[in-house]
Design a protein around this ligand. Sequence first.
Ligand code: C2E
Ligand code: MG
Ligand code: MG
Length: 666
Amino acid sequence: MSKTILLVDDEVGILRALTRVLQRAGYRVLTAENGAQGLQALVGQQVALVISDFRMPGMKGSEFLQQVKAIYPNTIGMILSAYADRDALLECMNSGAAWRFLEKPWNDDQLLQEIDLALAERDRRYAESQRTNLLMSSDEALLELSANGQVLRFNSAATHVLGLQPSELRGKVLADLFDDINPIELATFFHKKDHDMVLHCHRDNYVSISHRISDLYHYLLRLTPVQELRNQVFDGLASVLDLPTLRSRIENMLLSQQPQFAVVELSVMDYQRFSDTLLEALLDELLVRCAEMLQQNLPFKALLAYISADRFAVVFPDHKSETELQQQINQLLSPFNTQMQIGVDRLQINFCVGYALSPDDGDTAKQLLHHAGVACRQNEANPKAFYLRFDREMVELKRQHFEISNSLVSAMEEQQFQLYFQPKIDLKTGRCDEAEALIRWHHPTMGWVSPALFIPIAERDGQIMAIGQWVLEKCIQQLATWRQQGVALKRLAINLSGRQLQDARLPQILSGLLAHYQLAASTIELEITETFLMADIQSSAELLASLKAQGCHLAMDDFGTGYSSLAYLAKLPVDVLKLDRSLLLDLEDSPQCASMVRHMIRMAHELGLQVVAEGIESEGQVRLLREMSCDLVQGFVFSTALDLASFTLYLQQQPAVAQLEQFADA
Ligand code: C2E
Ligand code: MG
Ligand code: MG
């Protein structure tokens, strides 16, 4: 089928001339005289390429192509114009909305050559988006390799099958992941795309790899564990189905138009800990006992399957409401309320539960199982309730996480991160002598992405180490620059993530950077969150002590969101307590809240700590905190986080001095 090209130009003569050239070359051509008409012409058409004039009445060509890109990301945009505003054109090209700029008058042969290139680019983008969609939505284990065999992307099922962390996979080649690869067999495999190959992976199981969709430049491979786990563990338990059998039973239920039924996924909580500590035979025994207990309690006509290492699926065919389903799940899991004797250990087994309901949450068996799994994993990652029903937003969230996770890799190389600085105001003087460095990420298509969203993902994927190192170095470098410029800032606070704090090299890295930039450690304050500290008080106390010994200030961030234990605080070498925004929201309206905060500040002072109140938005909060002798305030009432230039100006102008006086006078 011939490819379709849309031409947009306000000069009808040009549209006619171009149409003739393109039709002669075998393209299907649509035309429009302005951007608005152009957008209408695109509806319902599979347009591969849009060639637009730049200067047109109404919408400019750049604006039009930006909109095209937002709605049809795989369609290529080109500008063909005698004139273009340089800045708008650059922005349009940099954002990817326009792929090429061609000058009028054009040369027919050159134009057709450019179109060939543009269409090849479109095919590349289309194939990429297909691979992306598969990676995101398929429950098969998928691994994407570049033409030279390096791992580019993968989904969580692939990490699961290979038993590796995402950071252990990225950038590797197949030979790093599997043992004894025969190079000739490997070459044949990549050459003949209908071949599959069985390889032995380090986790000690065999995995079959086959091509899902591959082209000249990218291979998307499917990984399938060869030894069916179920067969190994559940040889004697025929009533525990395997995944393919459960899938076909569900298909049959759908075909026979069985009214509402539920697909429930149960994952053994803390399985990793069991698997790390139990002998293999005992781990199998644990799974078999779980299966037996589930089987004994299974309602009439319900189905039970073992679907992967720590996961079971149950289909409940018979319930009148969601409440009834939840009662059935409670009933099914009630025997697990008592501990289980495995070998010499008594173990408490808990399950994490997610479910999907037919017909609302999926049309096929594959979808229902996938969606129950999505809900279960979401519940594991962020436990809100005992059971969680699938919700379409979860897929959206997963998609967003996936996109963030993949983009984080290039974000650093492409210098998409920036540091912003939020002033901390001294409540005695109104001066800003300290600030907190906060990272900002401008993603080329998603725009600004909140650190609250991407930092946890970077933590999970291991990218946080590189990001954290970048933040440390940038902060120290900036402090050195300010010192050279004579800009006074007593101290800059830097957020450290839990992973960074588990890295025993941290004190060394820090002292190396400080020495390189000839900076005193006392200009740095490291913010650590309470949740991390409480997780392993002994080793964190040691690491904090060595950071402290160098002369850094230490702050406990987000106090009030976790354990909030002042008793622990006394044992740790921290200098500063940061009261979280959530503790201070009701300060003005609730006498109980005010009294609690007053006590906290007093006790912190008795422990010799400085107190910073975070997220302060109102004048009333500032007045109360000042009266309670809180030391510093950080929040929108004084300033949001500022970019480098604005913050440097803020330091010079010190606007909060007058602001605080006004608050006192009011
Ligand atoms: P955090 O360390 O508790 O930082 C304070 C957050 O509260 C910042 O959000 C800040 O912009 C916001 N905030 C400050 N004043 C107000 C206010 O008056 N009202 C409200 N509603 N919010 C206020 P941000 O910048 O989005 O950062 C969120 C979290 O991301 C930070 O919480 C921190 O945990 C993490 N983060 C930010 N930058 C870094 C970094 O460089 N490294 C690491 N590891 N984590 C970072
Ligand atoms: Mg902080
Ligand atoms: Mg905080």
